[in-house]
Design a protein around this ligand. Structure first.
Ligand code: CP
Length: 329
C-alpha cells in the first residue's frame, strides 16, 4: 500500500517523464524536464526525511573521486529515504588506484545491478562519456571545471520557491567563474529559465568570450553589479584548481570582490544571498552575512535533498525503460 506521499507524487508524475536518461549537463534538460523535477521536489520537500518505498530493491552507487560533504550525503540520504540500497565508493579506496580505468570501474558497478551512478570526477566530460557505455543512469555530481547540474537545479529551485520564477530576475554570480563548475551549470540554468545573468569578477576569473556563449553583463566592479540584483550568488576561489595563480592574494580578492553587509545592501531589498558551499568565510562572503535572514545557504542544502530525490526517482525508472529497450533489440 503506497503512503499518501507516494500517491501524491504518482499523481504529480502521471503522464509526464524526463526527456533524458542521464543528467550530465543542464544543456540536456528541457524546461519541461526542469518543471517536472521542481514539481516533484516541492512534494518531496513537504515529506522531509519520510521513509518511502519508491526505490525499494534498487541499487544506487555514489562514486565520488573528489571530496564532497553536501552532494554525497545529500544523494545518499535521498536514496535511503526512497528505499534504495545506496553504496558509497571514493577515489581513495577503489581499484582505480591499481590502474583500472574509470570506464571499467563504471561497467563493474553497472554489472552489479546499479540503476543510477552518481559520479564526481576531476575530469570534465567524463560523466557524458560513461553515460554512452552503461545502462545505469549517470548523474554528474561535478566534473572538473565543467558542470554540477544537480547543484544548479537546487539553486534555481530555491530561487523559484522565493520569487515564483526566474523570469526577469537579475541573477548576479560573483567570484571565481573560471574554475567553477557550479557557475558552469548555473549560468546555463538561469538563461534556460529566463533569468537575466550578471557576472562580477576580476578579469582573470572571467573566461574569454563568456558573453558570446552565455548572454550576460560582465562587471569588474562588484558594487556596480550589485545594484538592482535580485540574487547575489557568491563563489569561492577554487584553490584546489590553481585559482590562486589568477589573483594577487586572497586578501586582495576579498577587498575588491568579497560581499560584505554594506555591499549586500546595494542589492534589491528582497535580494537573496546564495552560495553552493563550502563557504570560505571572510573571503568571498563576509562571515556576518552567512546567517543573514536572506541568506539561502542552508535552504539550498535542504532543497538539494528534495531535488535529488526527484532526480533519482525519475532516472532509476528511465534506466528500467532503457534496459527493456536493450532487451527488445
Ligand atoms: N556544493 C557542493 O558541491 O558541495 P560539496 O563539495 O560539499 O559536495
Amino acid at each position: 500500500m503506497n503512503t499518501s506521499t507516494e500517491q501524491k507524487l504518482e499523481k504529480i508524475r502521471a503522464g509526464r517523464d524526463l526527456s533524458v536518461s542521464d543528467v550530465c549537463s543542464i544543456d540536456e534538460l528541457t524546461v519541461k524536464d526542469i518543471e517536472l523535477i521542481f514539481d516533484l521536489a516541492r512534494e518531496f520537500k513537504k515529506s522531509g526525511t519520510e521513509k518511502l518505498t519508491l526505490l525499494k530493491g534498487t541499487t544506487v552507487f555514489n562514486a565520488f573521486f573528489e571530496d564532497s560533504t553536501r552532494t554525497r550525503s545529500s544523494f545518499e540520504l535521498a536514496g535511503k529515504n526512497l528505499g534504495a540500497d545506496t553504496i558509497n565508493i571514493s577515489g581513495s579506496n577503489t581499484s582505480l588506484k591499481k590502474g583500472e580505468t574509470m570506464l571499467d570501474t563504471t561497467e563493474t558497478l553497472n554489472a552489479l545491478g546499479a540503476k543510477a551512478l552518481i559520479v564526481r570526477t576531476s575530469k570534465a566530460g567524463m560523466p557524458q562519456f560513461l553515460a554512452q557505455h552503461v545502462r545505469a543512469a549517470i548523474i554528474s555530481a561535478g566534473d572538473g571545471w565543467h558542470e554540477h547540474p544537480s547543484q544548479a537545479l537546487l539553486d534555481t529551485f530555491t530561487i523559484t520557491e522565493k520569487f515564483g520564477s526566474l523570469k526577469g530576475k537579475n541573477i548576479l554570480i560573483t567570484g571565481d567563474i573560471l574554475h567553477s563548475r557550479v557557475a558552469g551549470s548555473l549560468m546555463r540554468a538561469v538563461l534556460k529559465l529566463g533569468g537575466a545573468l550578471r557576472i562580477a569578477a576580476p578579469a582573470t576569473f572571467v573566461p574569454r568570450g563568456l558573453e558570446k556563449v552565455f548572454p550576460c553583463k560582465v562587471f569588474f566592479d562588484v558594487e556596480e553589479a550589485l545594484k538592482g540584483a535580485d540574487v547575489v550568488y557568491t563563489l569561492r576561489v577554487q584553490e584546489e584548481r590553481g585559482a590562486n595563480g589568477f589573483i594577487p592574494t586572497l586578501r586582495e580578492f576579498s577587498k575588491a570582490f568579497g560581499v560584505s553587509e554594506k555591499r549586500f545592501a546595494l542589492a534589491n531589498k528582497d535580494a537573496l544571498l546564495m552560495h553552493a558551499g563550502p563557504v570560505i568565510r571572510d573571503i568571498e562572503v563576509h562571515s556576518a552575512l552567512v546567517p543573514h535572514s536572506r541568506s539561502m545557504i542552508l535552504t539550498q542544502v535542504e532543497n538539494g535533498l528534495a531535488v535529488r530525490k526527484a532526480l533519482l526517482w525519475l532516472l532509476c525508472d528511465r534506466c528500467d525503460k532503457r534496459v527493456k529497450d536493450f532487451q527488445t533489440l
